[in-house]
Design a protein around this ligand. Structure first.
Ligand code: G
Ligand code: MN
Length: 396
């Protein structure tokens, strides 16, 4: 354990980096980890077993829980389940002396943020815990945002004729493009491709997606839009990225990954947007799928941040390069102190994690100036251009 001495970062004020609950039945491990985390500025509460941990959780707030998996009495996995019954957000990091693929998979399935083998590399631990504290802060702000904005409407459609409407809509799909601008540089950084339909019964993307979900045809929409986008891609400026919306379940469509898939040749210029409005159910291999997308050259954005109900697992699993703040957060941000604070804090935290922040739905100069002042990197909205045929001019 001597290695840890050299790896201690310069110490911030005691406890300022976050409150950690550390659960391990091995006193030596408890002491060693506490010492390192304490030096890194975390306030550590040690617990010798699951019961003690749950008692500590009843009494206090913790930003992150670190737990051994195999302990007498309650296991780390059982503790994780008990924690999740009451709280969906607090990141849990599990550590184990006997790592297996099965326990790793189970840990992630139950919502552990990370799974670390013993002996724990102290630098990794400090990094992972620091990141987890930030994710926990993002989760808390997101919940505040969702509460403040009210939850999105649920779409209710009529089953009759849905299939026929859907087929017509699919045949008449078109893509509209809207610029994302680097305003200070007066530069178009990217275009988002937005699906449009000519079918009056399914007039907008949410209606189309909802129909596709009910018919089990979500992949068909994704494949059709990606085909259409690929036709347009060659016509864009070379340094201009394209943002493409994916339904979370498209991540499980093998057609997305194929070498001859329409977007594959353009992957390094494509950012895949995954909305927070729909739930992302990990079918077990999402991590490896995300890796495959990165290997193909894609980057990933979380879309509509603040509007969805997605938990931390979104961030942990997707590791986005970009986040797009929901336009409800941007609307009147200059007049609403709570929105201003949420946008400022979310932007600052994301940027600390190296994530590019896009403000969506910018409609006025006042909104533009405020989101720029709050640190957003790229701006999108009617103020600059409405979505249109490739490629709309920007109104600076
Ligand atoms: O969920 P997603 O962010 O992909 O959807 C963006 C939607 O918002 C598109 O349908 C687009 O037409 C719309 N949109 C884009 N810019 C603005 C804007 O400035 N104001 C409003 N109200 N809608 C916008
Ligand atoms: Mn989008």
């Amino acid at each position: 354990m001597n290695e840890q001495v050299d790896q201690r970062p310069t110490a911030p004020p005691r406890g300022a980096a976050g409150a950690i609950l550390l659960v391990d039945d091995d006193e030596m491990v408890r002491r060693a980890l506490t010492r390192v985390l304490d030096h890194a500025g975390f306030a550590v509460t040690p617990a010798a077993d699951g019961e003690e941990a749950l008692a500590a959780l009843r009494d206090g707030h913790f930003d992150v829980i670190i737990s051994d998996i195999s302990m007498p009495g309650m296991t780390g996995m059982q503790l994780l389940r008990a924690v999740r019954e009451r709280d969906l957000d607090t990141p849990v990091i599990l550590i184990t002396g006997a790592p297996t693929v099965d326990t790793a998979a189970e840990a992630v399935e139950y919502g552990a943020l990370r799974y670390l083998p013993k002996p724990v590399n102290m630098k990794t631990l400090v990094d992972v815990v620091g990141r987890a504290v930030k994710l926990q802060n993002i989760a808390r702000l997101k919940r505040e945002a969702a509460t403040y904005l009210g939850s999105a409407d649920k779409l209710i459609g009529d089953r009759a004729g849905l299939e026929a409407s859907f087929e017509r809509a699919l045949l008449g799909l078109e893509m509209a493009y809207q610029p994302l601008v680097d305003y200070p540089a007066r530069r178009v950084a990217a275009f988002e491709a937005l699906v449009r339909t000519k079918e009056p019964t399914l007039p907008n993307p949410p209606a189309l997606i909802s129909a596709a979900e009910r018919l089990g045809r979500v992949y068909d929409v994704g494949r059709a839009t990606r085909r259409s986008i690929a036709h347009t891609l060659a016509a864009r400026a070379p340094d201009c990225d394209i943002f493409v919306n994916l339904h979370p379940s498209d991540l499980f469509d093998e057609a997305l990954f194929a070498a001859d898939a329409p977007l594959t040749p353009f992957a390094s210029g494509v950012v895949l947007e995954i909305t927070e409005r729909a739930s992302l159910d990990d079918r077990g291999d999402l991590r490896s799928r995300m890796l495959r997308l990165r290997e193909l050259g894609y980057r990933v954005a979380i879309d509509d941040l603040g509007a969805g109900y997605a938990g931390l697992s979104y961030f942990a699993l997707l590791s986005p390069e970009v986040v797009k703040l929901d336009m409800a957060l941007v609307r009147d941000v200059h007049n609403e102190p709570i929105k201003r604070k949420l946008v400022g804090s979310l932007t600052a935290l994301c940027k600390e994690l190296g994530i590019i922040v896009v403000a969506e739905g910018v409609e006025t100069a006042a909104e533009r100036d405020t989101v720029l002042e709050l640190g957003c990197d790229l701006l999108q909205g009617y103020l600059f251009a409405r979505p249109g045929p490739p490629f709309p001019e920007v109104c600076w």
